[in-house]
Design a protein around this ligand. Structure first.
Ligand SMILES: Nc1nc2c(ncn2[C@@H]2O[C@H](COP(=O)(O)OP(=O)(O)OP(=O)(O)O)[C@@H](O)[C@H]2O)c(=O)[nH]1
Ligand SMILES: [Mg+2]
Length: 427
């Protein structure tokens, strides 16, 4: 990674972006603003164009581009941020025409991810995604925003390094990509071992999935008493966190995952794919949505999450929808939501409202998969008995001369482990 210029702590602090978007619908740049806020970039203004599809060479039409140039000058913006991922050609042409650096939605999201990555694995995954993105753009080994903000490469708006340098960088990038993939493979096999452990425990697993900022981490905390970081910023959580929680005496494992977003960069889906896929391999996916937004936006966010689940191959898992943040809604809107999403549970991770019905709904989903077992557990198998307790909650038990006779309903995944104590010979 390239060093920042001397004395420049946060190279983005002085960045003022002009926002642009083009497409068949009237553009709503709220989310792009939110992304930039999270990335620490100020917004100087916005300019949108309605057209069937963006211009293949310049993204905007000629007249609009001239307008943009004026707007950049007038508002003193030093950066242009596009709500779509740009083709390398569009980006180059825009930068040339404007004399100002241009970044796209993907670069911004990648930058936020780079900033928020904590675990060794998360960092490797983000670096891999950034390299793939930069390689496609013949960029060097540093991230786009860094390059733009640092002011060390000859000032804003100057093109990248010369051809030879680019070739060297490309080769280095490919080597680095191969090395990163190897290291990720390695961390994955380590986690595979951990997962086997978990599977052996046979606890039912639930994965939280949802749009970024929906309140997944807040819900994990509310249900499990954990203290996972929660913040009013996008993509706060990148690493899956798993915690146990108890409903009617039974333990479940709940995993928090990275949030999704519209137009999620495919480089990130690829880089985070394996981790996500594993987390989402749960018995149930609890889809958490921010229900405080308006109906159209909610529908869009729900669809974006479905799309991302499809991309990670988790679309066939059983689902439960939790509409979060209902503390911000009035009675009328709640009723309307209940009407539109009768299968969903309305909750507030913040106030705790609706969490009891949610626990009940979760439990109900698992009841059908429980197996009734009658077991005779010898007295020297105390470990098995407490394990059984964790899995089955309250036990009906009877002390006998040769052990404890137990009637329990055990999750199907764990039933095999207790088979040897079975006295009723099967389900
Ligand atoms: N009013 C209200 N705010 C909530 C509720 N749940 C979460 N929030 C707020 O929403 C913001 C995002 O919450 P998080 O739990 O970090 O959301 P997340 O889905 O984990 O977000 P990412 O990790 O970025 O994907 C925070 O400011 C929370 O305080 C809720 O039920 N009501
Ligand atoms: Mg989170």
């Amino acid at each position: 990674m390239r060093e920042y210029g001397e004395g420049i702590r946060n190279p983005r602090a002085r960045q003022r972006a002009m926002l642009i978007a083009a497409g068949p619908e009237e553009a709503d740049l709220t989310e792009l603003r939110e992304l930039l806020r999270t990335a620490g970039v100020a917004v100087a203004g916005e300019l949108t164009q309605k057209r069937t599809r963006p211009d293949p060479d310049r993204y905007l039409g000629k007249g609009k581009l001239a307008e943009l140039k004026r707007a950049v000058r007038e508002t003193d913006a030093n950066l242009v941020a596009c709500d779509d991922e740009l083709l390398p050609r569009q980006e180059r042409n825009l930068e040339e025409a404007l004399g100002a650096p241009v970044i796209d939605r993907t670069a911004i999201i990648l930058d936020i991810f780079a900033d928020h990555a904590n675990s060794a694995e998360g960092k490797l995954q983000v670096e891999l995604a950034q390299l793939e993105y930069n390689l496609a753009r013949m960029r060097g080994l540093w991230t786009h925003l860094e390059r733009l903000g640092a002011g060390t490469t000859g000032g804003i708006g100057t093109r990248g390094p010369g051809e030879t340098q680019i070739e060297t960088d490309r080769r280095l990038a490919r080597d680095r990509i191969a090395a990163l993939k190897r290291r990720l493979e390695h961390t994955r096999s380590t986690r595979e071992v951990m997962r086997k452990e978990r599977d052996r425990a046979g606890l039912p697993t639930i994965a939280l999935a949802g749009y970024t900022n929906a309140g997944k981490s807040s819900l994990l905390n509310a249900l499990t008493g954990a203290e996972v970081g929660v913040r009013e910023r996008l993509f706060h959580t990148l690493d899956p966190t798993t915690r146990a929680f108890v409903v009617s005496g039974r333990s479940y494992l709940l995993t928090d995952t990275v949030g999704f977003i519209r137009k999620l960069p495919h480089q990130l889906v690829e880089a985070f794919g394996a981790t996500l896929e594993e987390a989402l391999e749960a018995d149930l996916i609890l889809h958490v949505a921010d229900a405080s937004v308006d109906e159209d936006e909610l529908a869009e966010m729900l669809a974006a999450v479905e799309e991302a689940l499809r991309e990670t191959g988790a679309v066939d898992r059983p689902r439960l929808l939790a509409l979060n943040k209902v503390d911000l809604l009035d009675e009328g809107r709640r009723r309307e939501l209940g009407f539109r999403h009768p299968e969903a549970v309305q909750i507030s991770a913040a106030t705790g409202e609706g969490l009891e019905p949610l626990r009940d709904a979760l439990e109900a989903r698992f009841l059908s998969s429980l197996r009734s077992m009658e077991l005779l557990v010898p007295y020297d198998e105390g470990g098995s008995l407490s394990e059984l307790h964790e899995l089955a909650g309250e036990l009906e038990r009877e002390e006998r001369a040769d052990g404890v006779l137990v009637r329990a309903r055990v999750p199907a995944g764990a039933a095999a482990r207790f088979e040897r104590f079975s006295v009723n010979g099967g389900p």
